[in-house]
Design a protein around this ligand. Structure first.
Ligand SMILES: [Zn+2]
Length: 187
């Protein structure tokens, strides 16, 4: 069982362990976690350290993330709840909700368009982090970025990719246009 701690958590006493990576000692001799992560106890060397988790504040510029579109204010800006991050090809779920924002300039290369022509509320998108955060600024501009999962706006069934920018509902036959990620689509 891995023990996950948050910054500021007391994880032990200085007489039990020496502070290792990402651990500090306060004036009362408590060992304090400095980052969110998993506690590593080296009982041979009596060192306690924390392996950081990707979580709040720990996404890096150029990280590929997956998130759900939660709002499209003024049909210009796309607000994303970031759910996971790509870690060397593995999708790692984040512990906490992190907000990402796709500004109009990061929606599509060279074309001005309404955001709702490219993504829909509830869609899962693959995006790239381009600022420190939270909130993080995301881009959807590259061909490999965009919608990876969407549901039918009419009946709620999962949409399937028909090639290009077209998704189709196998249940009711509706088609919708999306900026689909060329690197993956989940149905
Ligand atoms: Zn449908």
């Amino acid at each position: 069982m891995s023990e996950v701690v948050a910054p500021g958590d007391v994880i032990g006493k200085a007489e039990e362990y020496l502070p290792g990576e990402n651990v500090d000692v306060d004036k009362d001799g408590n060992l304090i976690a400095q980052v969110m992560g998993v506690v590593i106890r080296d009982n041979k060397e009596h060192v306690i350290s924390i392996k950081p988790l990707k979580g709040n504040g720990l996404l890096k510029i150029n990280d590929i993330v997956y998130g759900k579109v939660v709002a499209i204010p003024n049909d210009k800006v796309v607000i994303v709840r970031i759910l996971g991050v790509d870690d060397n090809g593995n999708k790692v779920l984040l512990k906490d909700d992190i907000t990402g924002i796709v500004p109009p300039s990061q929606l599509l290369n060279g074309k001005s368009s309404n955001a709702s022509d490219l993504v829909g509320i509830g869609d899962v998108v693959r995006a790239r982090v381009i600022s420190r955060g939270p909130p993080y600024t995301l881009t959807l501009k590259d061909a490999q970025l965009g919608v990876v999962h969407a549901r039918c706006p009419r009946c709620g069934h999962e949409l399937v990719w028909r090639g290009g920018e077209i998704l189709r509902c196998p249940n009711c036959g509706a088609t919708v246009r999306r900026k689909v990620s060329l690197s993956e689509y989940w149905v």
